[in-house]
Design a binder for this molecule. Structure first.
Ligand SMILES: [Zn+2]
Length: 93
């Protein structure tokens, strides 16, 4: 494969990003696309919206990204949803 990698690699990258971002400290993350003309419609629909970690995993389990250009790849990232901070007394571990 080229530099864009495989669909499974995008999924792996996003799952890793999800874990790093939420880190067991936040219940939700906000989906962010690259916000340019290459962003696919599927991702565009999720841009700026808040999803629980479980919801993101569910989304990533399906066909979450369809780049218009075969040489493109999913470039989405996550940022924390500040309002979803998990109370420390509810934290596991
Ligand atoms: Zn995408």
């Amino acid at each position: 494969m080229g530099i864009q990698g495989t669909f499974d690699e995008w999924r792996g990258d996003l799952l890793e990003d999800l874990e790093t971002t939420a880190g067991g400290i936040f219940r939700k993350v906000i989906w962010l696309t690259a916000r340019d003309e290459h962003v696919c419609l599927l991702c565009l629909n999720r841009d700026g919206k808040s999803y629980s970690v479980e919801e993101v995993k569910k989304i990533l389990g399906g066909e979450f990204c369809k780049p218009k250009d075969p040489d493109d790849r999913c470039r989405c990232t996550f940022i924390v949803d500040e309002s979803s901070l998990i109370e420390t007394d509810q934290m596991e571990e």
